[in-house]
Design a protein around this ligand. Sequence first.
Ligand code: BDP
Length: 723
Amino acid sequence: MHSDVFSLSRILPFFFALLFAATAAHAEDGYDLWLRYQPLEQGGRDLYRPQLRQLVIPGSESSPTLNAIEHELVRGVGGLLGHSPTVDGRIRGDGFVLVATPQRSADVRAAKLPLNALGDEGYLIRAITVRGYRGTVIAANSERGLLYGGFHLLRLLQTRTSLDEVSISSRPRLGLRLLNHWDNLDRSVERGYAGQSIWDWWNLPDLLDPRYTDYARANAAIGINGTVLNNVNASAYSLTPRYLAKAAALANVFRPYGIRVYLSARFSAPVEIGGLKTADPEDAGVQRWWNTKADEIYKLIPDFGGFLVKANSEGQPGPQDYGRSHAEGANMLARALKPHGGVVMWRAFVYQQDNPDDRAKQAYSDFVPLDGQFDDNVMVQVKNGPIDFQPREPFHPMFGAMPETPLMMEFQITKEYLGFASHLAYLGPMYEETLRADTFAAGAGSTVANVIDGSLYGHRLTGIAGVANIGAARDWTGSIFNQANWYVFGRMAWDPRLGAEAIAREWIKITFGSDPQVLSIGLDMMMASRQAVVDYMTPLGLAHLMATGHHYGPGPWVSDLARPEWNPTYYHRANQYGIGFDRTREGSNAVAQYAPRVASRFASRREVGDDLLLWFHHLPWDYPMASGRDLWQELVYRYDRGVATAHKLQTQWQMLESKIDPERFDKTARLLAVQVREAKWWRDASIAYFQSVSGRALPEGSAKPEHSLAYYQQQQFPWAPGH
Ligand code: BDP
C-alpha cells in the first residue's frame, strides 16, 4: 500500500509536467506575443535565479499600476526562470529587485539616483547595493516610468542580457505613442486583415474581454501610451453617451498600464447627433456643442487623450464645407479640449477631387500655408509619404516644412498595400528609412526623426501613430511575423533612432528563443522581406498599382475610375516610350516641395537612386541604368528578384522546422507559400501588362508570364477583407 502511494506521488509530478508541456506546446499559437515568458534554457535560468529572488514594490497593494507591475514581474520571472520571486515589503538579502519612485522608498532616496533627466515616463535600471545586500533597482519619477522599467527588465531576461553591473537609463523621445484603430462600431476593421475588431462594442461596457487587459500589457511592454479606438472614417455615434460609456470601460482597463483612450471625431457630429443645423466651426452654437461634449467625455474619462480627425478627405465632412480652413476646424475642437488638457490630432491626408495638381503635392499645398495658425494643443498628423502607405515612398515633404506646427508621424502597421496579413514584410526597415531621411529643412541633420521628436524646432508636443494591424485573430495580427510590425512600431515610437535590425534581433529572441540559427536565418528573412515586396509589387519607385478598392493583388492596367488619382495608370504613366511620373520642374514639380538640397537630389536622374527613380522621373524604356541593364530589363529583373526572394524566405523557413514549435511553424510555412504564389502572380500580371505597353521582349532567362494579360485583368475579389 504504502509503496503504491509513494510511487504515485513520485509519478504524479511527472504526469503533470508532461501535461503542462503538452498544453504549453499547444499554447504556442501566438496569443502571448512578446509576453510569452517561456522557460529560458538551463544556463539562462541559473544565471538569473540568484539575482531575482525577491521582489520589493512598496505601495503595490494600493496602486493599480504598481500592482500590474508586480503581477507582470511575478508572472514573467516565474515563467522565464521556472520559479517565482518572493514578494516582500522590504529587502531581506541578495538578489532583490526594488521597484520604486523616490516618494515610495527611502532606499531609492538614499541612493541619490539621477532621476531628473528621466521625465515622467523614463526609468533607470541599475545594479545596486542596499545595506550590504546586492540587487537591482528600477527607479523612476512616476509609476508609469516604473511600469516601462519593469517591462524592460523582463526584456533583458528574454534577450539573455546580463544583469551584472546593469546600468540603463531610458526615456521616450516622443510624447504620444499611439495606435490608431480603424475599427468600426459593427466590428469590421477598415484595412484589417486579422479578423474582427477586438472591441466588442455591442457587449461593452458590461463584458470586459480579458483580451483588453492583454492588449494593454502588450502595448505597455513596448511603450505605447495611447490608443484611438475607432476608425478615422468615423461614425458620429462614437460620441453618443451610450458609446462613450463603452469607451470609458476600456479606458478603465487600460489606465493602470499608462494607456489613454482617444477617439476619432466626425466633424459633422453636431448635426448628426446634436440636432444642430450646421457644423460650421465659426458658429457659436457649434463651438458650444463641442465644449459640452468635451465636458461630458471628461466626466466619464478624466484622462481622455483627445480627438483624431479626418476632415475634408475622401468625402469626410470638414471645415471646408463651410468655407473655413483646416486650422479653423482644428482650433474649434482644440478649444473644447483645452480646459481638460486634451489634444487634437488633425490629419493631413487630403487630396481634392477637383484639384488637377499632382496628388503627391496636395497635402503640402493645403497645409504649409497654415503654419502658425494652429492652436497650441493641435498636432498635424502626416503619413510617412505623400501618397498613401505604399511599399516605398519618399518621405512626406511636409516634414520640416512647418516649423511652427508640431507634426506627428502616421505609419501604417497593417499591410494594406504590402500583401495583407499573409505576406512576410517586416516594416522596420521602412520606418527606419523614413525616420532617418534628412529633410535638410534646417541644414544637414534635420532628419524626419528630429522633426517629429520636437528637437528641430523646439516643440513640446510630440507624437507618432501607427494604424494597427490588430484583430480578434488568436495571434492578434494574422501571422506571427506581423506581430513584429506592432513590436517595432512601439520600440521606434519610444526611440525613433533605434535600428530596425537591432529590434528584429530582440523580437526574434523573445518570440522564438535563443537558438543562433533561428536568430541568423530569421533576421535574414525579416531584413530582406520588405524589399522583396517592393520588388514584386512596385519596383523602382512605382506606386499604387494595386487593384481597385480592396487593394488585393495587381491592377496596373486600371484606368477607368472616376477620379484620375485613383487609377494606377495615373501613377506609372507607362506608354510605348517609357514609364514613370515626372515630378521634376518639367513635370509636376513636386520636387520643389522639398528643401533645395533634397529637391536637387530627387530631380537628378543620377542622384535620386534606383529605389525612387520612377517616383520622380519619366524615362524611356531603354534608359541606361547603373546596373548596365536598360530600364525595361531592370524592371523585369526587379520583379524576378522579388519572386526569388519570396522563394528564398520559404526555403529558409523550412530549415528551421526542428527548431520552432509545430503550430507556429506550420502556419508560417503556409503563409509563406501564399506569398510565393502571390509574388509570382504580381510579377506575371505586371510584366504581362507592362510588356503590352512597352512592346519589348523579355530579357533572356526571364520566364513568360503564366497566363495572358486578359486572364489577370479578369480576376475579381469581391470578398477581399478590410474593405
Ligand atoms: C487609405 C485607405 C483608406 C483610409 C485612408 C485614410 O485605403 O481606407 O481611409 O487611407 O488614411 O490608405 O484616411
